[in-house]
Design a protein around this ligand. Structure first.
Ligand code: 13P
Ligand code: SF4
Length: 300
């Protein structure tokens, strides 16, 4: 164990902290976490854990979601500048303006939205439950899906259900091109290609499966297939290889990287635990209003 990891363990026990990490974070960060998962799994963990201190290793909206679901905990986000560009594509003012102009439309927000934007929507979903959430709504209900137009388009197609789509996208997944999948098929003909549903519909169409990061981890564990090409942020390969040492995993090339997820380092985790710095602060009213659409999602 390195000195830095020992220091983290020391401060973690002093602070009685729980460390949650997203599947895209750096391998060494995943290794010191108490729990690693996708957005839905991490939301559920944050809601249940009740720890006095939660260190959230992921991007900003995820740490905010942890604070909304566990307002009594001190939630620390080790890299406050680690945002999600897609979440910033649906600012609360624009969402409010849309709502005012379309009073009969239900606003469904991907959890990749700021806490402020969550105060202006009806219901949340993650990539792990988006189809289930949309399928639970009456067939004639008008829906605006935000901010991820690609996830929205993939869900709309899978359910054969039209929706209005916000013009947001993930800059990391958007770069994946259908040709990249053709090349991967040629290079690894006996592998299954898994992609994230944030990818373009033309990419999802060429893949064997489109799954959330948690869904991918479950799928590769249970599948009899031995080889997989992984079309999502490369951080997930660490857990995949660790949990399935007998199987082979290849990243889709060019390798997708989310620069914001990589801003969470061990040094920053140690610093925030030691100094109780980088606290996520949200006012009570924002927490109250943003919680409603998340609770509705978790209850489904
Ligand atoms: P998951 O919920 O599938 O982990 O996705 C979160 C995310 O930000 C993907 O880019
Ligand atoms: Fe946001 Fe894309 Fe990074 Fe996920 S991978 S956190 S959607 S920028």
């Amino acid at each position: 164990m390195t000195d830095l990891v020992q220091e983290i363990q020391h401060w973690k026990s002093v602070r009685k902290a729980v460390i949650l990490a997203h599947n895209y974070t750096l391998p060494e960060v995943q290794d010191i976490a108490d729990f690693t998962g996708d957005s839905l799994e991490l939301s559920r963990k944050a809601a249940q854990c009740g720890a006095p201190v939660i260190v959230f290793c992921g991007v900003r909206f995820m740490a905010e979601t942890a604070k909304i679901l566990s307002p009594g905990s001190l939630v620390l986000h080790p890299a406050p500048d680690a945002g999600c560009p897609m979440a910033d594509m649906a600012p609360v003012e624009a969402v409010r303006a849309y709502r005012q102009a379309h009073p009969d439309t239900l606003l469904v927000a991907y959890v990749n939205t700021t806490a402020a934007t969550k105060t202006a929507v009806d219901l949340c979903c993650t990539s792990g439950n988006a189809e289930r959430v949309i399928a639970s709504l009456p067939q004639d209900q008008k829906i605006m899906f935000l901010p991820d137009g690609d996830l929205g388009a993939n869900v709309a197609r899978a359910l054969n259900r039209p929706m209005e789509l916000w013009e947001g996208y993930c800059p990391t997944h958007y770069r994946i091109h259908p040709d990249d999948l053709d090349k991967a098929r040629k290079a690894h003909p006996d592998a299954q290609i898994l992609v994230h549903p944030e990818c373009l519909p033309a990419v999802v169409e060429k893949a064997d499966k489109a799954l959330s990061t948690g869904g991918m981890l479950n799928y590769v564990r249970e599948s009899p297939c031995q080889r997989f090409v992984i079309g999502t942020e490369c951080g997930i390969l660490h857990r995949m290889k660790k949990e399935n040492p007998e199987k082979e995993f290849y990243p889709l090339e060019p390798i997708p990287v989310c620069p914001n997820m990589k801003k969470i380092t061990l040094e920053k985790v140690r610093n925030c635990l030691r100094d109780l710095s980088c606290q996520v602060e949200l006012d009570e009213e924002t927490i109250r209003q943003a919680r409603t659409p998340i609770d509705k999602m978790l209850a489904l």
